[in-house]
Design a protein around this ligand. Structure first.
Ligand SMILES: [Zn+2]
Length: 129
């Protein structure tokens, strides 16, 4: 969660985002979609309020989220869909585990983002040098 006394409200449904376990931002952080310096400036959202991503979570404890429109997985390549299901579900399970650790879990996500950022920097450097 972003550090803010007012708490973290979903910009989509306006409800409170209780925990990183339901945070779209933190899920995308684990997927490597968000860079650490972007985190404070991005709006918070529930995972379930982001159907384009949530539709890929295939887990017995996660109520399936339907997604309609051009980004529905029914309209996407099946190879891409199965790859995304694997990737997003893995990240989601990891997020659920980290969420149970409270602040330590948040720190773990942050440090993962840091190391991902370092890896990316390193790769960029290698390809230049
Ligand atoms: Zn929401």
């Amino acid at each position: 969660m972003k550090k803010c006394d007012e708490g973290y409200f979903c910009y989509s449904c306006k409800q409170y985002v209780e925990n990183i376990s339901e945070s779209d931002l933190y899920l995308r952080a684990l997927l490597g979609e968000i860079r650490i310096e972007e985190l404070p400036s991005l709006p918070e959202r529930h995972i379930r309020c982001h159907p384009e991503l949530a539709q890929f979570i295939m887990h017995q404890t996660f109520l399936p989220i339907p997604c309609s429109g051009p980004f529905s997985k029914h309209n996407l390549d099946s190879g891409y869909v199965s790859e995304m299901e694997k990737k997003v579900t893995t990240a989601w399970v990891k997020l659920q585990n980290l969420a149970q650790q409270g602040e330590n879990g948040v720190e773990a996500v942050i440090s993962e983002m840091n190391s991902a950022f370092i890896q990316v920097s390193q790769t960029t450097k290698d390809s230049i040098g």
